[in-house]
Write a protein that binds this ligand. Structure first.
Ligand code: TMP
Length: 211
């Protein structure tokens, strides 16, 4: 693959979705061909799976079903959109990927992280991100941001107890330790401009080192 695969990760209200188009604009200005996308979703089949897996009308959803649906959406997204873009030499920036499944399903929902990793390996066949930026903010602060934004829709996982989101945060700390080369943290409590700047610094350093 000629391109680079970059993912953005973090808990609820960390700001990655807001920062993503800003990163895309800056990288495009620098002359890179960029594709930004999101999970679960990014293509028709995966957006349909997103609607099912995040629907707050399905509190009965089994946690293994949930993990499998996220992995299925990931598989289709990867094959249909991400891999072709990487083959075309693009920088793909994806809002969430495998680390979300490891943190949310593998740790916070109480499934085993290694089991969830194995299910995801089946889906991604080794296509791990080249670089991951973790948007670091205390879960309570992130949830307060969401609560203050009346336009943001609440999904089934947003509505979990605060301890669930604390566990998601703990899981990301574990992942930072497990993948110190791949995952870099930015301080997501800062103003948007600063967070974007810090993320850009990490990305440009990475691109410089890999060209
Ligand atoms: P978003 O709020 O960033 O759009 O993400 C949608 C929700 O889906 C969010 O609560 C995190 C959750 N999620 C998982 O639990 N596992 C996954 O693998 C992915 C991609 C998202």
């Amino acid at each position: 693959m000629n391109g680079y695969f970059i993912t953005l990760e973090g808990g609820e209200g960390a700001g990655k979705t807001t920062v993503l188009p800003l990163l895309e604009a800056r990288l495009t200005e620098m002359g890179y061909d960029v594709l930004s996308t999101r999970e679960p979703g990014g293509i028709q089949i995966a957006e349909k799976i997103r609607n099912i897996v995040l629907d707050k009308n399905y509190p009965e959803m089994d946690r293994r079903t949930e993990a499998l649906l996220f992995a299925a959406a990931r598989r289709q997204h990867l094959v249909e959109k991400i891999i072709p873009a990487l083959k075309a030499g693009k920088i793909v920036v994806c809002d969430r990927f495998i680390d979300s499944s490891l943190a949310y399903q593998g740790y916070a929902s109480g499934l085993d992280m290694d089991d969830v990793f194995a299910v995801n390996q089946f889906a991604i066949e080794g296509m791990m991100p080249d670089l991951t930026i973790f948007f670091d903010i205390a879960p309570k602060e992130g949830l307060d941001r969401i609560a203050a934004n009346k336009y943001r829709e609440r999904n089934r996982l947003d509505l979990q107890q605060e301890t669930y989101h604390e566990n998601v945060y703990t899981a990301y700390q574990k992942l930072l330790q497990r993948y110190p080369e791949r995952i870099q943290a930015v301080d997501a409590r800062q103003p948007l401009e600063k967070v974007t700047g810090q993320a850009m610094k990490i990305i440009t350093r990475f691109l410089h080192d890999h060209q």
